[in-house]
Design a protein around this ligand. Structure first.
Ligand SMILES: NCc1ccc(-c2ccccc2)nc1
Length: 239
């Protein structure tokens, strides 16, 4: 997968060089190219923003630099059309399913807005996906891009070691994950649940599913409604 990120703060994307996403880049599974939007300005001050029509606080990002940037990036591989993603509070709520969708794409381009956002005509002209990672306002789209790219990168083939698998993700079955434990067996007087030390893998799986179900009902009933529950699951919830 190729991922281009257009931003006025390219340094914000440095964390993508680390850890899981960084390793995916070293392997060539993911290629991240960051671009400074100001490279597509033509005035001496490299202006990317201007006052909003209709008045109001803050500034809006001008359309010309964005259009020049996206045109040049899209033209860099004429045989393909990138999926253009704009992180915004007004976007579609991001989810694991959405990450799975994006992980199928060969080429993503992320537009990181700043100020009060990007001129609406750029979004209309270029955006394939407007994505919200939550109902709060950040200072720009860069952090949201890091979130989205990490969730997507870990789904790419070979990125997760064979010890972990995206298929085992808590959200892959739509429920919250069960509590996890490691050594010591007793810590601050609290013992690890015996079933997890029993060696009975079927019992461990049943226990974890029951814990995941109970936790999801307690904390995220909205997710339970969407999850596919078996008769055994319903028996747990009715108990
Ligand atoms: N859903 C989280 C999110 C995503 C983007 C932005 C944002 C803020 C300022 C300018 C452009 C985008 N804020 C929150």
């Amino acid at each position: 997968m190729r991922a281009d990120v257009v931003t006025i703060f390219p340094a914000y994307l440095e964390p993508l060089r680390l850890s899981l996403v960084g390793r995916a880049q070293e392997r060539g599974t993911l290629e991240v190219r960051t671009h400074d939007l100001r490279a597509w300005t033509s005035d001496v001050h490299r202006t990317v923003d201007d006052a909003p029509y209709g008045g109001g606080p803050g500034m809006v990002m001008r359309p010309e630099p964005w259009d020049a940037a996206l045109s040049e990036i899209a033209a860099s591989d004429p045989a393909r059309r990138p999926r253009v993603v704009v992180p915004t509070p007004a976007g579609r709520p991001f989810s694991q399913r959405h990450a799975e969708e994006l992980a199928q794409e060969p080429w993503l381009v992320f537009c990181c807005g700043r100020y009060e956002g990007i001129d609406a005509r750029v979004i209309e002209t270029w955006a394939d996906d407007e994505i919200s990672i939550g109902d709060y306002v950040l200072a720009g789209g860069e952090v949201a891009t890091l979130v989205i790219l990490e969730a997507v990168a870990r789904l790419l083939p070979g990125v997760l070691g064979n010890s972990a698998s995206a298929a085992d993700d808590s959200f892959s079955d739509g429920l919250l994950e069960a509590p996890a434990y490691t050594r010591p067996q007793v810590w601050r007087g609290v013992e690890v649940p015996a079933v997890l030390r029993s060696g009975d893998h079927a019992a461990v799986a049943r226990w974890r599913r029951a814990q995941a179900l109970r936790r999801t009902v307690a904390r995220r009933p909205d997710l339970v409604a969407q999850a596919e529950l078996s008769d055994a699951d319903r028996a747990v919830l009715d108990a």
